[in-house]
Ligand binder design. Sequence first.
Ligand SMILES: C[S@@+](CC[C@H](N)C(=O)[O-])C[C@H]1O[C@@H](n2cnc3c(N)ncnc32)[C@H](O)[C@@H]1O
Length: 215
Amino acid sequence: MTRGWYSRKVFPRVLDWSMKQAAFGPLRESLLAQASGAVLEIGFGTGANVPFYSSGIDSVAAIDPNPGMVSIARSQIPNQPSLVNQVKWIIASGEALPFLNHSFDSVLSTMTLCSVPKISLAIQEIHRVLKPGGRFLFLEHGQSPDGSVRRWQNILTPYWKHIGDGCHLNRPMAELIQAQSWAVPSLKTFYLPGVPKPFAYFYQGCAVKSESIPG
Ligand SMILES: C[S@@+](CC[C@H](N)C(=O)[O-])C[C@H]1O[C@@H](n2cnc3c(N)ncnc32)[C@H](O)[C@@H]1O
């Protein structure tokens, strides 16, 4: 995919600053604590999750379609010695994951599904590459249940998409994720304090692929 200058050069630097805000730290930490084994991270971005990967991880496949993100993310890895030999970088999109069925124990997505153009396809792909019993761990922002906030999300999204490199504020994340057949044993929704409400409604949870459903 050809990406423009803003997307490759400017946006990764803005994102690097915004995604490493302290408020996200505890959320990333509690999500990453549930990851284990062979992990796939979709939309690795500039590596904001790197400090939170723990020792229970065997390998990390880091995918992102934007090479500008990957070059910043690579520079984070030496700060996390346990990951140095474990990360494999792949320039790819969530809608076409270059992996066989049942390849991963955990798939992680943090603030990525808002930006994936074909979100339902990406969720199908995540389901496909997870092993039976594998976990999809997500921390995503999206559609608010409050009418007045939702109205602003719908008004702002067509403009925000250009600033936020494809980011939608108004996606009904729980509904989109639950469209796949898996159990969702944990789902928390909340407004992130200190952030304007149209940008602040978060969905954090874990979806487990059934042991009995193939593909
Ligand atoms: C807001 S950033 C979040 C980055 C990172 N996950 C984090 O938590 O800091 C969204 C990321 O999604 C990536 N992205 C955009 N389209 C994508 C796609 N089709 N498949 C996978 N990732 C995509 C962007 O390049 C960007 O790195």
